[in-house]
Design a protein around this ligand. Structure first.
Ligand SMILES: Cc1cc2nc3c(=O)[nH]c(=O)nc-3n(C[C@H](O)[C@H](O)[C@H](O)COP(=O)(O)OP(=O)(O)OC[C@H]3O[C@@H](n4cnc5c(N)ncnc54)[C@H](O)[C@@H]3O)c2cc1C
Length: 320
């Protein structure tokens, strides 16, 4: 598809950051195109339980929150198109997104493409992906009902997912490279109450064992170098995230991990490219923060485009 029109805004990504931005730009009557590689929802699609997003006095699932955001956005005319950005062309006046299905040109671009999971990067992980190695407890947890599993990581996501899994599986080994968890205090309290969670601190995964399916994990103690084997049938990896920002290369500044650097108004080095949400360097990677970033980007763009719109012609032939 060749979209010849010059839109006001193209938003890449229909997760919380992109949808929040779209609600604001469409309400400001900016001609907005929203594109998502997977149709929308982003990481919300795999969250089992959200209880820290303001406005809900009971926990909601990620899908419930996404559906509510999507319905609200559609109410203002937002339509999410299916396409994955592969490349950009940008000059002083506009940015063109080149996707798998088309080209989209706009006076401003909001990159809200979020992030994806990091991997352990050991050969056995690659070999046993989908055969016991997983990155999503909500998606795959049930396959391990009443079986032992290992959860790798010590941050909020790892601890949340370990709590979730502990309700389904026989036993969770929580493997963390440091001597204490990084997760927020409330999550730490909750996981310590789970009777079937064993902590393996100061430990990294040396090898995931198994031929056709996971049969165990070999752990290496980071202080002593000692090796220990635990028998598990599933390995859930939550060791951080990487930005979906490869297609931006050359147009914006990135931090050493590839996250997009912005100023506090979500401006990047290029005056027409903005970034919001998890893809942004310095983001705290929470839904509320992503929503705030999306809104900030939208308002900044609205102000920028307002100053650029040519003033209405005035003369005797005009009504006002
Ligand atoms: C298991 C888990 C549990 C979590 N629990 C919580 C929680 O309890 N509370 C909380 O506040 N946060 C939680 N988070 C974090 C939260 O989900 C993220 O901070 C939030 O989703 C970030 O929103 P985003 O819009 O920036 O990006 P994302 O949600 O990642 O959405 C990005 C979107 O961009 C699309 N996209 C990517 N690349 C392209 C491309 N090239 N072209 C077009 N589209 C593209 C993707 O398909 C995706 O839909 C959790 C995350 C995970 C993984």
């Amino acid at each position: 598809m060749v979209d010849e029109a010059l839109h006001d805004v193209v938003i890449l990504g229909a997760g919380p950051a992109g949808l929040a931005a779209a609600i604001y730009t469409t309400r400001s009557r900016l001609d907005t195109v929203v594109l998502d590689a997977q149709g929308g929802g982003g990481q919300l699609a795999i969250i089992d339980r959200i209880e820290n997003y303001p406005g809900f006095d009971k926990a909601v699932t990620g899908m419930e929150l996404f559906e509510a955001m999507r319905r609200q956005a559609e109410g203002f005319g937002v339509q999410v198109g299916f396409d994955q950005a592969q490349k950009l062309e940008a000059d002083d006046a506009s940015v063109t997104v080149i996707g798998d299905a088309g080209r989209y040109r706009a006076r401003a671009l909001i990159v809200a493409t979020g992030a994806r999971h990091r991997e352990l990067c050991i050969p056995s992980e690659e070999r046993l992906k989908g055969r016991g190695v997983s990155y999503c407890a909500t998606c795959d947890g049930n396959f391990f009902a009443k079986k032992p599993v290992a959860v790798i990581g010590g941050g909020d996501t790892a601890v949340k997912e370990a709590i979730y899994l502990s309700r389904i599986v026989e036993k969770v080994y929580l493997v963390h490279r440091r001597d204490r968890l990084r997760a927020e205090a409330l999550l730490q309290e909750r996981i310590r109450e789970r009777p079937n969670v064993e902590f393996c601190f100061d430990s990294v995964v040396d090898e995931i064992e198994g031929t056709d399916a996971v049969s165990g994990v070999r752990l290496k103690n980071t202080k002593t170098g000692e090796l220990r084997r635990i028998a598990v049938e599933g390995v859930f990896v939550f060791v951080g995230i990487l930005p979906n920002a490869e297609f931006l290369s050359g147009h914006v500044d990135l931090d050493p991990l590839g996250f997009v650097r912005t100023d506090p108004r979500m401006r990047t080095r290029h005056p027409r490219i903005f970034a919001a949400g998890d893809v942004r360097a310095d983001s705290v990677r929470q839904i509320g923060a992503a929503v705030g970033d999306g809104i900030t980007a939208a308002v900044t763009i609205q102000e920028m485009l307002d100053t650029e719109t040519p003033p209405r012609r005035c003369g005797p032939e005009c009504a006002i």
